[in-house]
Design a protein around this ligand. Sequence first.
Ligand code: FAD
Length: 353
Amino acid sequence: MTQRTEVVVIGGGQAGLAAGYHLRRLGVEHVILDAQAAPGGAWQHTWDSLRLFSPAEYSSLPGRLMPVQRGQTYPDAAHVVSYLADYEKRYELPVRREVWVEAVHRDGAFLRVRTDCGDWRARAVVSATGTWTRPFLPTVPGRRQFTGRQLHTVQYAGPADFTGQRVVVVGGGNSGAQIAADLAHAGVDPTWVTRRPPRYLADDVDGRVLFDAATARRRALDAGRTDTGGVASLGDIVAVPPVRTARDAGLLGARPMFTRLTATGVEWADGTRGEVDAVIWCTGFRPALAHFASLRLRGTRGRIATEGTRAVDEPRLHLLGYGDWTGPASATLIGVGRPAREAARDIAALLRA
Ligand code: FAD
């Protein structure tokens, strides 16, 4: 069975909801298709101790401020999930759940969205599928020979699984620092390895400053001025309280990356070896865009070429929330509102034409 609507939004996490909010304001008929059984996108699956790197009021989607979480300056993931659940209810966003989008095809004047619950035919598509479903693991010699446990950030549930174990945490970004700190606070004493020495942002810098830096960079680039370097120029790790306390207590010393994995551990650059029970790869993500394979859109590093949020080679398609390449700070709660508004306006104009 094929259903019809003006716009299909793929993904019902924060980016999909922000798109829905602006489409609704403009009176554009749409449906939001989301694979999960419940609201909250990726926030439903993070580890318990994860804290946002911004206070609540700086972690808000358009239209509604995130309420402050009692006793927490930096809210936890469960708070974000309840905020997103409330948000979609409050604005009566048309989310259909447990619908997996398999592919998007061109179909004359329409785009055909193939799902495991039937097809949709739409005049425009917004893709807001995030990155959580595409964990990235680097190619490291010996990775397949290692007989211990290997997991990615997306599978990390908390330190309880690692009590008494020798654990290596790989990655110098926020996930690596937060997971290493989480283990250290629980007495696991992980070995934290990073490709370059950890670059902490100043302790008083949080998501507010990151958002401003991303916006300043976008403005400079749009105006043809010199690249300010954006967020990356400030550092890699936001010193949220658990990270700061672990670092200040001397629990977060990082080592340079090992050269390879052996069957039972790691080998360091000087040839010495260490036995390891588990390796946690906090090595990032790629955009979840496999559903566009048949459109054959140009792009590098797993991306699709965009102007703003619009796909260069398919003007009926917008990409939202994947990173700065789809709008400054668009992969954050506070940053996704503006590109979502621009995408909705662009689509409304396209539908009027
Ligand atoms: P998601 O939350 O992943 O939502 C995408 C939705 O699309 C999911 O429900 C998914 O199931 C669904 N989907 C995917 N593919 C399909 C398909 N083919 N068909 C149907 N549905 C599909 N941001 C902040 O603002 N502050 C922070 O402090 C912060 N901390 C972070 C910490 C970590 C460890 C990580 C990984 C990210 C953090 N972020 C933070 C970044 C960002 O806000 C989150 O990653 C956020 O979840 C991204 O939202 P999204 O809507 O783009 O994607």
